[in-house]
Design a protein around this ligand. Structure first.
Ligand code: AKG
Ligand code: FE2
Length: 382
């Protein structure tokens, strides 16, 4: 199906070749409803190849590119079977959830141990055994029965992005060399984290409850990986989103079966760093959020009114590998310009710094149009 895969590419398991037909419930990509399609974090970042022509921008720094990051919130993507499997593995009991004050994280599956950073109070994360089980069945590690119940979701996710090979983030390849070689067989083990202050897993599960504190963070950026790790040795040191390079994306699946979004809180917040504005997404059952992994975000905990209920999410850490090499002409930069936003979803809404950039670009385009119009009129008058 994939032909030869790029180095470190581990495609999501699916049950079929890549097609746009044959999905459950006659699903097609057009069934996806886009609740949010955002750009933010417009900035100049270092570029290993100066792919965007900046020569027209006065004072544009060389060796840099103009970048934005993206967030999309999608309804109608994940199927019931996959959602059911995820709920089982997170211990989300639908009956329990509908009861007043039900659905606390199950102690047999969850423990308070995950923190966004060193200052944060730990919040609920899946116990190692539960996470290992989830990762092994999902990714079909040797000696483990693969689940087929995620095939449909994975195939749909892949079908949304036909120009990319949608892969699991190779967590082991992001660790400094010595650490990776200590645990050579733990390639996609959820517990594969660095002891040298850099921790990165292929999945994260969250069960947020009232009173928790979550902190602003980015999931990953390839520019912050250790120099000696396999990823950087293979793909170089670059800022996420660079044309020609694999794109780091997180997919958040909201796993509750009921959620009162007027009363219970629990939204995911996204921040445009620098401008002090942002956006939020309610954890609507079955909604999936995709974001570039370098977007600053955090969970807001459930309110008191949620009555101790947990707000569940499963985060897939992904890497999108460009399918075509781009030939002699180099990578087709428009692929990275669109990123996780499909063209038919329409132009994204820019916020903060991205809104400011959009205003400048629009003003420049207007000025060019006026200028061209004036030149044309001058010629006609001659
Ligand atoms: O559950 C969410 O909304 C996001 C969770 C998150 O940011 C993470 O696990 O890294
Ligand atoms: Fe995150």
């Amino acid at each position: 199906m994939e032909g030869e895969l790029p180095p470190l590419a581990r495609p999501l398991l699916t049950n079929r070749d890549e097609t746009t037909v044959g999905f459950a419930d006659d699903w097609t990509p057009s069934h996806v409803k886009v609740a949010l399609n955002l750009t933010l974090n417009a900035e100049f970042v270092p570029a290993s190849a100066n792919v965007r022509d900046l020569s027209s921008l006065p004072g544009a720094p060389s060796g840099c590119r103009a970048a934005v990051a993206r967030v999309v919130a999608l309804d109608g993507l994940i199927d019931k079977t996959a959602l059911g499997w995820i709920r089982e593995h997170l211990g989300v009991d639908i009956e329990d959830e509908r009861r007043h004050g039900g659905a606390k994280p199950r102690e047999s599956l969850w423990e308070r141990k995950t923190a966004d950073d060193d200052l944060a109070e730990p919040t609920y994360g899946l116990r190692k055994e539960s996470m290992d089980r989830l990762v092994r069945t999902m990714m079909h590690r040797e000696g483990v029965e693969p689940t087929t119940r995620l095939d449909e979701f994975h195939a749909r996710l892949q079908a949304l992005y036909p120009d990319w090979i949608v892969c699991h983030m190779p967590a082991d390849a992001l660790r400094a060399d010595e650490e990776a070689s200590e645990k050579p067989d733990d390639s996609l083990d959820a517990s594969a984290g660095g002891s040298a202050g850099f921790r990165c897993d292929a999945f994260v599960a969250n069960a947020a409850v009232h009173g928790d504190e979550y902190r602003w963070h980015v999931d990953a950026d390839p520019s912050s990986f250790p120099d000696s790790c396999a990823w950087t040795r293979t793909y170089g040191d670059y800022v996420n989103g660079e044309p020609g390079k694999p794109l780091f994306v997180s997919a958040v699946v909201y796993a509750n079966s009921v959620w009162d979004e007027d009363a219970w809180g629990g939204e995911t917040h996204f921040m445009d760093v620098g401008s002090g504005v942002g956006a939020l997404v309610c954890p609507r059952p079955g909604r999936v959020v995709l974001m570039d992994q370098d977007v600053t975000h955090r969970v807001s905990p459930p309110t008191r009114a949620a009555n101790g209920r947990a707000r569940y999410s499963l985060v897939y850490k992904l890497v999108f590998f460009p399918r075509a090499k781009g030939g002699a002409a180099g990578p087709d930069a428009s692929l990275w310009e669109r990123g996780i936003a499909r063209a038919e979803w329409g132009p994204p809404s820019p916020i903060g710094s991205a809104a400011k950039l959009a205003a400048i670009v629009n003003a420049a385009a207007r000025a060019r149009r006026t200028e061209t119009g004036a030149v044309k009129r001058d010629r006609e008058e001659e």
